[in-house]
Design a protein around this ligand. Sequence first.
Ligand SMILES: Cc1cc2nc3c(=O)[nH]c(=O)nc-3n(C[C@H](O)[C@H](O)[C@H](O)COP(=O)(O)OP(=O)(O)OC[C@H]3O[C@@H](n4cnc5c(N)ncnc54)[C@H](O)[C@@H]3O)c2cc1C
Length: 310
Amino acid sequence: MERKVSLKKLSSFRIGGEAEFFLRPKNISEISEAVVEAKQKSIPLFILGGSTNILWPDDGFEGLIIKPVSGTLEFQGDEVTAGAGILISELLPIVLSRGLSGLEWAGGLPGTLGGAIRGNAGAFGGETKDSIKEVVSFDMDKLEVIKRDRSSCSFDYRTSVFKTKGNEIILEATLALKPGNKETIQKEIEGRVNYRRERHPMEHPNVGSIFKNVPVASYKNLDLERFKKVIKQDPFPVIPTAFLIAETGLKGVSCGGAMISPKHPNFIVNVLDAEAQDVKDLINLVKVEVYDKFDIKLEEEILILPENPS
Ligand SMILES: Cc1cc2nc3c(=O)[nH]c(=O)nc-3n(C[C@H](O)[C@H](O)[C@H](O)COP(=O)(O)OP(=O)(O)OC[C@H]3O[C@@H](n4cnc5c(N)ncnc54)[C@H](O)[C@@H]3O)c2cc1C
């Protein structure tokens, strides 16, 4: 068990204080023991992946962070079973080397497999759920291992049973892929990586899109004519939040060390040693301005700690 671990260093936002306790468990019994002890001592628990989707508070986390390791990596035919802690950027070249197709959409997706499953991460019309065959998790209340097939994971837009229940650690998952042509797979992955490089403000620390895109279906009275040109599939029709923010004229607006990216306004970038409050102030500003202009309530995609209601 490590002590006083810098979350600023671990987070892709480069914001956050220290975690009091930090565990990279080697097996389930280490997880189980740590969970039991934390509960007995009423120590708050948090499960961490790549920290690419989290805004940590500047005063850190007064509890225990468990960070699952990469663990297993096993192939059986066109299926691969991987530990939750493996980075997507590590997994993609491995499945590519075997000529397995299905994850091309995830080219350039930061973070771990566990984080992607929990939030059903998606891009370019693909979603994590599309390749999931089975997910193995550990229930921190019942202290038991659970196996679920895809249909029992309640995947939906940027969510899953693991997000809604919130008391399970994803340990590993089996992905069902298809044989494909290595060259084509590689080209598709590279295409996604290059697209992100060009459009995303990777020159500054960030946590990706701050807000979810706006599903057209959830706004019955929208004047769709107004958004006709920008509606895209994600994987169902959405109005890109970046467009809404750009229309409010907030591109490039900053607060302390944080700025609404002029390159991609659904990103907030840490340009100058930003504090968590700088980011929160910008989030509130965007929500108010978008609501005033479009009558649309934006929902955060990122996790803001201490926990936000979304
Ligand atoms: C530049 C950039 C681009 C991005 N583009 C996209 C995109 O195109 N599409 C998209 O969907 N997201 C995108 N993201 C957001 C982020 O990469 C994804 O949400 C990613 O899947 C988060 O994974 P993570 O391992 O970093 O999770 P973390 O940020 O560490 O955690 C996110 C949540 O998952 C939980 N979690 C993590 N691991 C586990 C586990 N093993 N068991 C249980 N819970 C767990 C955490 O408790 C937390 O609640 C982007 C981020 C960045 C920085």
